[in-house]
Design a binder for this molecule. Sequence first.
Ligand SMILES: [Zn+2]
Length: 66
Amino acid sequence: MSAAHPDDRAGREPGRPRIPLICPRCGHEQRVVPGGPDRAVRVVHVATGREACEPADLARAPDDGT
Ligand SMILES: [Zn+2]
């Protein structure tokens, strides 16, 4: 009988919880990158590396019905 180790993965990253950022507009994953003198940080989309959403994704509005 070996004592099962409590899977404590949270202790791997001290003070830096990897919370996945999801864009509320397009639903894509975002990440925080260092900004410039104007902004401390910027939140950009992982796929495009831009702050703006992809027009193609925004165009996919829930337009079912008519
Ligand atoms: Zn977006």
